[in-house]
Write a protein that binds this ligand. Structure first.
Ligand code: NCD
Ligand code: ZN
Length: 345
C-alpha cells in the first residue's frame, strides 16, 4: 500500500490569480487544493482601493468551478500616496487582509509601487493602529546591489528600520529566499512572520542554468544557493509558527517567459501542496506539513483554522507540458516531469 497523508485543508498565503480571460483557468488549480488564499493585488492597474478589491473579489468568485468553496482573501497595493483613510475603509469593510509593499520596479507589475517607504509613514501607522498586516516583497532595486543580495540589503536598509519605527506593525516577509532572511525572522518579534514557496524549498539557483537558461525556473526573488535552500527547509520544518505556506504561484503566458527578456514568475498552483509534501518528505518531516500549511498562517492572520481535510497519496504522476491560460498556455513547474505525491479525490 502506498503511503498517504490526511491533513486539514491548507490555505495559500501568497497567490497571484491574475484577471480577465485567464482567471477561470488559473483559480481552478488553487480551488482544488486550498480553502482560502491571500490574493496579490499586482494587477494592471493595481488594486489600490477597497472598492477595486471588492470588484476583483467578485470576478474571482464568479470564475470558480461549480461547487468550489474557495475563499479569496483580498489585499491592497501600497503606493507612495495610498491615504490612511483608505486603510480605515479597508478595515471597516472586514474583507481586506493585508496591504502589499512592492518596491517600485522590483518585480512584475510593481511600477506603481513604493519609491521610498518614508512616503508611507502615515499609512503604515494607521495599519499598525488597526492591525492590518503589511505584506512585503523584500528586495531593494538599487542596480548597484548584486541581484543575489537584494533581500539581505532590503532587510538592512528598509525592513529592520521599519520594524524599529513601528514595533507593533504586523509584517509578513513574503517568499523569503535566503539564510539571512530566515535568521532575521527568527530574531524579530512575534509580529514578523514569513512565507515560503515550494520552488525555494525544492531548488537552488543551479536549476536556472541547467543545460542552458531555464526561464520557467525564474522568479523573484530569484532562487539562491544550496545553503539558502537548506536554511529555508529548516525553517519550514521547524514547527515555528512564524513560517507558513505561500506559493507565490505567478503564471505568465508561455511566450512571455520563453523570450529574450523572459518575465519573472513560476506557476505552481497545479501541484502546490503535492510539491510541499515532497519537500517535507525529503527533509524527513512530513509530520510538520499540516501545521505549516494549515495552522500557522491562519493563526497569524487571526482566521479560524479550516475544518475540512484533504488526502494526499504517495503516487507519482507526470505534470502536463502546459495548461490552458485563456487564449494562451502556461508552462507549470516540473512540466513533463514527475511529482511524487498526488491529491486523492
Ligand atoms: C510575481 C508576478 O508575476 O506577479 N512574480 C514573481 O516572480 N514572483 C510578482 C512577485 O511576487 O514578485
Ligand atoms: Zn508574489
Amino acid at each position: 500500500m502506498s503511503a498517504s497523508l490526511n491533513i486539514t485543508r491548507p490555505d495559500d498565503f501568497h497567490l497571484h490569480l491574475r484577471d480577465g480571460p485567464v482567471l477561470r483557468d488559473v483559480v481552478a488549480h488553487s480551488a482544488r487544493r486550498f480553502a482560502r488564499a491571500i490574493v496579490m493585488p499586482n494587477l494592471n492597474p493595481p488594486v489600490t482601493t477597497t472598492a477595486a478589491a471588492f470588484a476583483y473579489r467578485a470576478r474571482i468568485v464568479n470564475s470558480l468551478p461549480r461547487h468550489a468553496k474557495f475563499q479569496p482573501l483580498m489585499t491592497l497595493y501600497l503606493t507612495d500616496d495610498l491615504p490612511p483613510d483608505e486603510i480605515a475603509q479597508a478595515r471597516a469593510s472586514g474583507h481586506i487582509y493585508g496591504v502589499k509593499l512592492y518596491p517600485a520596479g522590483a518585480t512584475t507589475h510593481s511600477e506603481a509601487g513604493v519609491t521610498d517607504i518614508r512616503h508611507c509613514d502615515a499609512t503604515l501607522e494607521k495599519m499598525a493602529e488597526l492591525g492590518i498586516p503589511l505584506l512585503v516583497h523584500g528586495e531593494v532595486i538599487d542596480p548597484a546591489v548584486d541581484v543575489f543580495d537584494r533581500e539581505p540589503v532590503f532587510i538592512e536598509r528598509v525592513l529592520a528600520p521599519l520594524l524599529r519605527r513601528l514595533p507593533t506593525l504586523k509584517v509578513v516577509f513574503e517568499h523569503i529566499t535566503s539564510r539571512v532572511a530566515v535568521d532575521f525572522v527568527l530574531g524579530a518579534g512575534k509580529n514578523l512572520a514569513a512565507t515560503l514557496t515550494p520552488q525555494h524549498l525544492l531548488y537552488n539557483r543551479n536549476a536556472l542554468l541547467r543545460d542552458g537558461i531555464q526561464p520557467h525556473y525564474y522568479c523573484l526573488p530569484v532562487l539562491k544557493r544550496e545553503r539558502d535552500r537548506e536554511a529555508l527547509t529548516r525553517a519550514a520544518i521547524s514547527g515555528n509558527p512564524k513560517f507558513f505556506l505561500g506559493t507565490d504561484s505567478a503564471p505568465h503566458a508561455r511566450h512571455l517567459k520563453e523570450s529574450a527578456c523572459g518575465c519573472a514568475g513560476i506557476f505552481n498552483a497545479h501541484a502546490a501542496i503535492e510539491l510541499y509534501a515532497e519537500a517535507f518528505e525529503q527533509a524527513g518531516a512530513l509530520d510538520k506539513l499540516e501545521a505549516f500549511a494549515a495552522f500557522h498562517g491562519a493563526d497569524f492572520y487571526g482566521l479560524p483554522r479550516n475544518r475540512d481535510r484533504i488526502a494526499l497519496v504517495k503516487k507519482s504522476w507526470t505534470v502536463p507540458e502546459a495548461y490552458a491560460f485563456g487564449d494562451h498556455q502556461v508552462v507549470p513547474l516540473r512540466a513533463g516531469e514527475a511529482v511524487s505525491w498526488s491529491l486523492a479525490d
